[in-house]
Design a protein around this ligand. Structure first.
Ligand SMILES: [Zn+2]
Length: 161
């Protein structure tokens, strides 16, 4: 039995572990995403790795409420898109979450994970890079391009939040 906020209406995915599917790729720790999106996430990552893109960590489904993350309306929400298995984080140590960051610059404050150094750090994602482009083609939005105070450079989801 699901509570109303345990189902994500847009994706049809839930917070339940049974609705998640594990993905194991060469050289990466296993992670899980919502079954509905497992194939597209796996195919996209395999294609990027084959093309030589630098990926050393992927995080998907994360159990529990992670308060503090923003939803598309900019409100704090009980469940983040990771709780539904519909968001992934790539190379967290090189693609941080920043606050005070309507536009990226020296005043942005690193809130979580490692610093974002596009161009200098090959594991940092770039707006015009293949990883961002390919996930966008697959229907995902990038947290590095979301509106508002935060930029989440590791993060991809249907809404970007
Ligand atoms: Zn994330």
């Amino acid at each position: 039995m699901l509570l109303s906020d345990e189902l994500d209406i847009q994706s049809g995915c839930t917070v339940c572990a049974e609705d998640q599917q594990a993905i194991k790729l060469d050289g990466l720790p296993e992670f899980s995403v919502c079954r509905k999106y497992a194939q597209v996430v796996q195919d996209t990552l395999i294609s990027l790795i084959r093309q030589g893109e630098k990926i050393n960590s992927v995080i998907g489904y994360r159990v529990g409420r992670t308060r503090g993350e923003m939803n598309a309306q900019g409100n704090r929400s009980g469940f983040s898109n990771h709780s539904f298995g519909i968001a992934i984080d790539i190379n967290t140590d090189h693609n941080g979450l920043y606050g005070n960051c309507v536009q990226f610059g020296p005043r942005c404050k690193l809130l979580r994970a490692g610093p974002w150094r596009p161009g200098d750090d090959p594991y940092s994602l770039q707006a015009d890079g293949l990883i961002v482009k390919t996930f966008k083609q697959a229907g995902f939005k990038w947290g590095g391009e979301i509106e508002g105070q935060q930029k989440d450079f590791m993060h991809f989801s249907l809404t970007g939040y």
